[in-house]
Design a protein around this ligand. Structure first.
Ligand code: PMP
Length: 396
């Protein structure tokens, strides 16, 4: 792509590739996009302003958002904003370099201490994002001689971490402990180490992993277990803790970043070996300060933490759906185009409820994903239920 000179028409420059390599690149992109379009898989960014609270604005249209993972409404809590602002004013916009290079920031150390205590672990390490955490953690623990077992509905970053590790990667059927046990019985002996990857709350289904049973099978076969708690922290806390508990600062904690809580030895190993920690710039102190304040609020206000699940349960009862196990409720539609049409119909009625399509979810299981927040009012939830019933989706 030629660099437009002052006064040149950059649009024209964009549409005329300079050489045949650029032309073939653009042709490839267009062909692939056309293919995605025909399969209803093309994704587009839609300009949307978020907030305050559960509000979303698209052009002139005001919507109530049920598509946000800010489950406790903390991303625009005045106390969280103030903590972020103070750190921003004091420490600046960015971390400047890797934490191993510029020196560790006390705000990050304080956040790590609080996360570790929250999870009952000896130590914690904050990463640039939850996705980056898994890209770093899994390859730091496993390599070509090892076995990584991933729940079939695990998040993309669990699979990506397993792939980067070079280990033998196998999927076990979703939440199927017997399948997991069978694979370990048949395969464990051929590998040096084994690592199981699952989620406390599954991001697109809202159900929970049977962690007690998974940890028991792991113990039988000397396998390690990593639980991705991206959607559980602060809203679904019950249940066993795994030796490796990772998650994100971007959902319940309303900020940005990822973390791992584990033993001191494991965290020390990550500090030297997780490439997505070592070779990337530290999290901006303002993001860490906001997350730390949010975590304090989560711990101090249990009634807030209970609200999203209570709203989700009222909603599933109203629609005759299986009882919600978390603030995430899937409404299965089937084909991608039908899910998109339902999402558009809801948008026309003032609700932002995103359609989730393959490859994010298995083929034939396109759905609406409804996410409840402590910031929703009961009236907003009732209005969404009414709209869905009116559109033919359940109703009792
Ligand atoms: N794990 C799960 C289960 C997730 O849903 C997500 C985000 N959608 C991530 C990890 C990645 O976290 P982050 O957004 O902080 O990169």
């Amino acid at each position: 792509m030629p660099i437009p000179t002052p006064g040149s028409d950059s649009k024209a420059a964009e549409s005329k590739p300079a050489d045949s390599a650029s032309a073939s690149l653009d042709a490839f992109a267009r062909r692939t996009l056309a293919d995605l379009e025909t399969r209803a898989l093309r994704r587009r960014l839609v300009e949307t302003e978020r907030g305050p609270g559960t509000a979303a604005r698209r052009g002139a249209r005001s919507l109530v958002s049920f598509s946000c993972n800010d489950y406790l409404g903390l991303s625009d809590d005045p106390r969280v904003i103030a903590a972020g602002q103070e750190a921003l004013a004091r420490y600046g916009a960015g971390a400047g370099a890797s934490r191993l290079v510029t020196g560790n920031h006390p705000v990050l150390a304080a956040l790590e201490g609080r996360l570790a205590a929250h999870k009952g672990k000896a130590a914690a390490l904050v990463f640039g994002s939850g996705y980056m955490a898994n890209l770093g953690i899994v390859p730091a623990l496993t390599g070509s001689k090892d076995l990584v077992l991933v729940d079939a509905l695990g998040h993309s970053c669990l699979f990506a971490g397993a792939q980067i590790s070079g280990a033998t990667m196998l999927r076990f059927r979703h939440n199927d402990v017997e399948h997991l046990r069978a694979i370990l019985s048949a395969r464990r002996g051929r590998h040096e180490r084994a690592l199981i990857l699952t989620e406390r709350v599954f991001s697109m289904d809202g159900d929970r992993a049977p962690l007690d049973d998974i940890l028991a099978v792991a113990a039988e076969h000397e396998a390690w277990t990593l639980v991705d708690d991206a959607h559980g922290l602060g809203v679904v806390e019950a249940g066993a803790r795994a030796p490796l508990e990772m998650g994100t600062l971007s959902k319940t904690l309303g900020s940005y970043g990822g973390y791992l809580c584990a033993s001191q030895a494991v965290i020390d190993l990550m500090t030297s070996r997780a490439r997505s920690f070592v070779y990337t710039t530290g999290l901006p102190p303002a993001s860490a300060a906001a997350a730390l304040r949010a975590l304090e609020i989560v711990e101090a206000e249990p009634e807030r933490a209970a609200r999203p699940l209570a709203l989700a349960r009222g909603f599933t009862a109203r629609l005759g759906l299986p009882e919600a196990a978390s603030p995430i409720v899937p409404i299965l539609v089937g084909e991608a185009a039908a899910a998109l049409a339902l999402s558009a119909a809801l948008e026309a009625r003032g609700f932002l409820v995103v359609a989730i399509r393959p490859p994010t979810v298995p083929a034939g299981t396109a759905r609406l994903r409804v996410a409840f927040s402590a910031a929703h009012t009961q009236d907003q939830v009732d209005a969404l239920a009414e709209a869905l019933i009116d559109l033919g989706m359940g109703g009792v």
